[in-house]
Design a protein around this ligand. Structure first.
Ligand code: C2E
Ligand code: CA
Ligand code: CA
Ligand code: CA
Length: 275
């Protein structure tokens, strides 16, 4: 059937095979990269809107490619997911993030993104516990970010898994809220601690009055459900002030700090109550 396809759609097929070749090359590179640990985590702070203080950092993975330079996650995470390589990569991310956070001078939390593919692995709970145990990071300092696609499939199993994570003290955040198909009922059905409002709503704040209304209703709903709200992609102080007025709890974005290698993040003066 491959040969038949080739006869019928020659031009299309050539473009396809070039793409396939590039993909295979990248897949080979990705395999090597995992074996050789060519990845880095960059950390972006999130702050408490009321006090302006940093509460933690989100770990964002980058690929330090030997010839292509630093590759952003959007360019390799989808391939890592398709090929299953995300399981090994995701474990590395978890371990590194926990180790890094355990060595920070403050109680700052660390937020780690988990792929829906990792969520299907029966060993994920043990992997997380091992990352915590080996690094000595208290579970209360780990946040796990998942997108709603995790809730659409395997809803019941994932719900039970999330309860298990919560039972040991890990916090759960719903990432990119507002971009997918989730109705508000997902929020009530799953045990999230935090909702992260997607940056598209934040960038629209000044020119689309609807965005304010949407954010404000998410805040009201979250309060009712005992969840906190983070605004992502905060780039201007005008946005920050508006979000403050709307009652958003946490903010993250270029205004407050870009993702950076941990050694380049300037230490903050010690915060009252921190160790
Ligand atoms: P995300 O989890 O929604 O992460 C936030 C993204 O927004 C990051 O892009 C961050 O650099 C970017 N960002 C932060 N502040 C601003 C801002 O003020 N304006 C704008 N325009 N963008 C901002 P990044 O690092 O390229 O990551 C892209 C996505 O890749 C992440 O989106 C996440 O879905 C995925 N990703 C990153 N690291 C991991 C990982 O370790 N595991 C998995 N499974 N996915 C990851
Ligand atoms: Ca995230
Ligand atoms: Ca997000
Ligand atoms: Ca995203």
């Amino acid at each position: 059937s491959k040969a038949a396809g080739r006869n019928c759609f020659t031009i299309y097929d050539e473009a396809m095979s070039a793409e396939l070749e590039a993909r295979n090359m990248l897949e080979g590179d990705l395999r090597d990269a995992i074996a050789r640990c060519q990845f880095e985590l960059h950390y972006q702070p999130f702050v408490d809107v009321a006090s302006g203080q940093r509460c933690g950092f989100e770990a964002l993975v980058r690929w330090r490619h030997p010839t292509r330079g630093l590759i952003p996650p959007d360019q390799f995470i989808p391939l890592a997911e398709e090929t299953g390589l995300i399981v090994a990569l995701g474990e590395w991310v978890l371990r590194r993030a926990c180790e890094d956070a355990a060595s920070w001078p403050s109680d700052a939390r660390v937020a780690v993104n988990l792929s829906p593919v990792q969520f299907k692995e029966a060993e994920l709970f043990d992997v997380i516990c091992a990352a915590l145990g080996d690094s000595g990071l208290p579970p209360e300092r780990l946040e796990i970010e998942i997108t709603e696609s995790v809730l659409l499939e395997r809803g019941i199993e994932n719900h039970a898994f999330m309860e298990r994570l919560k039972s040991i003290g890990i916090e759960l955040a719903l990432d990119d809220f507002g971009t997918g198909y989730s109705s508000l009922s997902y929020l009530t059905a799953f045990p999230f601690d935090k909702i992260k409002i997607d940056k598209s709503f934040i960038s629209n704040l000044s020119h689309r009055p609807h965005s304010s209304a949407i954010i404000s209703s998410i805040v009201t709903l979250a309060r009712g459900l005992d969840m906190s709200v983070t605004a992502e992609g905060v780039e201007t102080s005008e946005q920050f002030e508006r979000l403050k007025g709307l009652g958003v709890n946490f903010a993250q974005g270029y205004l407050l700090g870009r993702p950076q290698p941990i050694e380049r993040i300037a230490p903050e003066p010690p915060v009252a109550g921190s160790r």
